[in-house]
Write a protein that binds this ligand. Sequence first.
Ligand code: ZN
Length: 175
Amino acid sequence: MKAMTIRPILTVPNPILKQVSKPVEKVTDETRALMDDMLETMYAAPGIGLAAIQIGVPLNVIVMDLAKGDEKSNPQYFVNPEILEDVEELKPYEEGCLSVPDVFDEIERPERVKLRYLDYNGKEVTEWAEGLYAVCIQHEMDHLKGVLFIDYLSRLKRTRAVKKVQKGEKLKVAM
Ligand code: ZN
């Protein structure tokens, strides 16, 4: 049986969130233990995506589960993800983030991206992501570069968002 731990999620303006994460050399049991904890932490939040840096680990690791309401859970794991290609068409989506609780705003991103990453077992996968999958993976990959979705907003909106988090307002579903 796997022992999973729910870890605290860092929120803005914690400077660790601005760190650039590093590639994982090899997918090992230690990497998998990290991914298990991340998934547990994400489910408990609750959220649909989580990058390792959000629990203070500066590694290129992301977990995600885009299953809706009564659908069977569908955990996805990404180690060292890269975007190989994207499309010119942008699509707006109202994003939220577990590190910026209760702030939601519309962000435009390419509507499809071609990804390469290592999965839970260290196997290389190349595939196109679209819809919410494309939104979420781009949002999470920004975390690996120390970028938050609120960094795309105006300075006024960003300041307001950070203040709202500092006041400790309540959490909704986010990534
Ligand atoms: Zn986020």
